[in-house]
Design a protein around this ligand. Structure first.
Ligand code: SF4
Ligand code: SF4
Length: 130
């Protein structure tokens, strides 16, 4: 997929509005850190805080939500590592208040894709027509 030149904040806002759970998720997270120990990526990366499930959600979908979609392409590019390299959507992270971190990260991925931001290996060249 070819990267677009500018961010369509309106369409990001629309995508955010379609999922009413986001506001709830963000408002009930008490930063207890319980989800962290059930994330193998966090545990296997020396408990680097940037691998904590709550950190990944707050700094991806949470950021998009707080900024009401008004983000730059660079901000979306910067989010890539967090939402693709630091989470595999395995759904193992346990949250006692029922927050679904993987669904938040999956939504952040969808929003990035909608703006032409995706993993490098998703950018497959289309075969030329003969
Ligand atoms: S376990 Fe739930 S409430 Fe606690 S930090 Fe993780 S997402 Fe937030
Ligand atoms: S879904 Fe993501 S954050 Fe949750 S345990 Fe799996 S890799 Fe970690």
């Amino acid at each position: 997929m070819k990267a677009v030149q500018s961010v369509d904040s309106k369409s990001i806002r629309k995508m955010l509005d379609q999922n009413k759970n986001t506001e709830f998720f963000l408002s009930v997270c008490v930063s207890c850190g319980m989800c962290a120990d059930s994330c193998f990526l966090y545990v296997n990366n020396n408990k680097d805080p940037s691998y904590m499930p709550s950190y990944k959600a707050v700094h991806s979908l949470g950021r998009l939500y707080r900024k009401k979609g008004k983000v730059s392409l660079k901000e979306l590019e910067d989010m890539k590592d967090l939402i693709w390299n630091k989470c595999v959507l395995c759904t193992r992270c346990y949250c006692p208040v029922g927050i679904s971190i993987p669904s938040m990260i999956a939504q952040a991925r969808s929003i990035c894709r909608s703006q032409g931001i995706c993993r490098e290996y998703d950018q497959v060249e289309q075969p030329k027509q003969l």
